[in-house]
Ligand binder design. Structure first.
Ligand SMILES: Cc1cc2nc3c(=O)[nH]c(=O)nc-3n(C[C@H](O)[C@H](O)[C@H](O)COP(=O)(O)OP(=O)(O)OC[C@H]3O[C@@H](n4cnc5c(N)ncnc54)[C@H](O)[C@@H]3O)c2cc1C
Length: 580
């Protein structure tokens, strides 16, 4: 198997070109030179990461990675593959550093999607000068309900506007050169008219250093700046407006599509570093005449943690292929993308909880990476839409994924997309409607590629699930029972997860032992969610029978377990330790 877990000391990554290699290696070096002690000190002091921003400015990191070629110099491109490599590295060293990059990505989304050439050119100039950006969507009162946006853009008699209102939870609001701000255009008296369509939404840019911009405070007690800002009659002209009406609405959702993918990759980075730290600690701790790594239950916890991380990575990598190959005719990424956000980040949480059970008291110590990581991992499922909101989205695809409402479609094989290319489609995704029309390929083809014992058991679980869907279909009342829907979504998510993992297994030369161990975990997760559905108060007797059929256990194979443990999991002991 190609070693696919990041190890900054091994320098074992495949980079697409010399400049990418140089920039990513320099980023690793920046953190290793800064060292764990200083990183942790800054984390505890909540020090604004001027050093990192200076580093990125000096090396034009964000400029190269976040400027489409038509607005930048040679080497500039928006390339999801290499952006994910950077996500992973930044998550690996500290979520705060990742956050300033992430919200810059979100802030750039509505800009690169707009037709405002003036702002786009200025943005490229700002990027080159090392500036950062922000995405002003959330408000204090409305949470996920962006329909109720109350930031106002008030038309003036001279044809200009005034921006008035507050935004809340907005990253980089202390320094952002442009904050893409989502608002509603009012009548001349500043009243928001309630209209049925999306005609009064708008995106415009503001500068955090303008005198009518007020950075009220950092809402979070963190190193990164999560601002509450106010626009106090901020003067806006047409030159500052990025989009209006449906285009502004679409830019909002399409930006979140781009941004939320990164959350899964930050999780992967966090979990990878935490795994090294936990393994090193456990392997050298001797209790009751045993090394901690020798306890049977610790072996199982490490095994499951490693397997969850490997699955997260295989799924995330395959997700990149679909993102980069997306087009108006192939919108399957709209299912895989929220899965990278929702499933990968929640798998990250599960994995970290398992590691916490191993590392125990050590995980509270202020000089460990773990102490920071266990907090950070909890943030990711909650950003860019909560797990519930993303699950609600994922469920919409269930009938078509199973070929029940729309027939399967033949697609060309999607190759590994680590090539050098700008991801044009990400900024031309078009309308956000029509999800129910999106067609899928037959998922069972991916499963047919393998017949290991646990993959075969999982195929039986899927069959039982399909029987439930066709022979004991949820009724109208259950369709409104969000709790029931969420649990159904959990089991469905496992099927999608398995498909992409298997598609990637061949590409990354994953051996059957590992595949079987991956499905050992998936079978148990599927069974647990099926039990949740069985216990649901609204489940009918007939449905209960199917849910019981869906509960299965994996084949235990001690030899396989030990082979994987020694060859892959415990082989990582002492392989990475951050420079002090
Ligand atoms: C550290 C941090 C940084 C952030 N940075 C930014 C940023 O830079 N820019 C920005 O615009 N925002 C930012 N946010 C906001 C973030 O995107 C929101 O927190 C997120 O969208 C969820 O909103 P909420 O937390 O207010 O939850 P709420 O919307 O208040 O939701 C409350 C509960 O209701 C559930 N719920 C809500 N709607 C639905 C629904 N339709 N279906 C099912 N369940 C539902 C939710 O799952 C949740 O459990 C940030 C938040 C944090 C914590």
């Amino acid at each position: 198997m190609i070693n696919i877990l990041l190890n900054p000391k091994l320098n074992n990554r495949v980079y697409q070109d010399d400049e990418t290699r140089e920039l990513l290696e320099k980023t690793i070096k920046f953190f290793e030179n800064k060292g764990k002690v200083k990183c942790k000190e800054d984390f505890h002091e909540r020090a604004w990461y001027r050093d990192f921003l200076d580093f990125q400015k000096e090396n034009q990191l964000f400029y190269k990675f976040l400027t489409p070629p038509e607005y930048g110099e040679e080497g500039c491109r928006w390339d999801t593959y290499r952006n994910c490599q950077l996500n992973e590295i930044l998550g690996f060293y500290g979520l705060g550093y990742w956050y300033t990059w992430q919200v810059s990505i979100l802030g750039l989304g509505p800009i690169w999607q707009s037709k405002n050439e003036k702002v786009k050119k200025e943005t490229a100039r700002f990027l080159k000068e090392g500036e950062i950006f922000g995405f002003g969507l959330s408000e204090k009162e409305h949470g996920a309900d962006i329909y109720s946006t109350s930031m106002k853009l008030i038309p003036q008699a001279d044809g200009t506007y005034k921006g008035r209102g507050e935004k809340y939870y907005i990253g980089n609001g202390n320094e952002g050169a442009f904050l893409s701000t989502f608002a509603r255009i009012t009548d001349n008296d500043g009243n928001i008219e309630e209209v049925k369509d999306k005609s009064n939404y708008t995106f415009f840019v503001v500068n955090s250093q303008h005198e009518n911009y007020e950075c009220i405070k950092n809402i979070c007690a963190t190193q990164n700046y999560v601002s509450n800002y106010a626009l106090n009659d901020y003067p806006i002209t047409e030159d500052d407006i990025l989009s209006k009406g449906q285009a502004a609405w679409d830019a909002c959702l399409n930006t979140i599509n781009i941004g939320k993918f990164n959350l899964g990759w930050a999780s992967i980075g966090i979990c990878t570093h935490a795994l090294y730290e936990s393994l090193n600690h456990a392997a050298h701790r001797n209790l009751f005449d045993h090394y901690v790594t020798d306890f049977t239950h610790i072996k199982q916890l490490f095994m499951d943690s490693y397997i969850r991380l490997l699955s997260m990575k295989l799924f995330g990598l395959r997700g990149i292929d679909y993102m980069r190959s997306a087009s108006k005719d192939d919108r399957r990424y709209l299912l895989y993308n929220p899965m990278v956000k929702m499933k990968v980040t929640t798998e990250g949480e599960k994995m970290m909880e398992q590691l916490f059970d191993i590392i125990a008291a050590k995980g509270f110590e202020s000089d460990t990476y773990f102490e920071e990581a266990i907090q950070a991992i909890k943030a990711l499922p909650k950003l860019e839409g909560t797990v519930h909101v993303n699950m609600a989205l994922v469920i919409k695809f269930m009938p078509n994924f199973f070929g029940m409402m729309a027939p399967y479609k033949e697609f060309e094989e999607i190759p590994k997309r680590d090539d050098i290319a700008n991801d044009d489609f990400m900024f031309d995704q078009g309308e956000t409607r029509g999800l129910s029309k999106i067609q899928f390929d037959d998922f069972s083809k991916a499963y047919e590629l393998y017949d290991t014992p646990n993959v075969n058991i999982f195929k039986q679980q899927i069959e039982a699930m399909r029987e439930f869907m066709t022979k004991a279909t949820p009724n109208m009342k259950q369709a409104d029972d969000f709790d029931f829907l969420l649990k159904s979504g959990e089991i469905f998510a496992n099927v999608v997860y398995g498909k992409l993992i298997l598609e990637n297994a061949k590409k990354y030369d994953i051996e059957d032992d590992l595949i079987d161990q991956i499905f050992d975990v998936i079978i148990r997760d599927f069974s647990q969610s099926s039990l949740g559905l069985f216990a649901s108060p609204t489940a009918s007797k007939k449905q209960e029978e199917y849910f019981m059929k869906m509960i299965m256990k994996p084949v235990k194979d001690k030899k396989r377990f030990n082979r994987v443990l020694e060859k892959y999991v415990y082989a990582l002991i002492d392989k990475y330790e951050m420079t002090p």
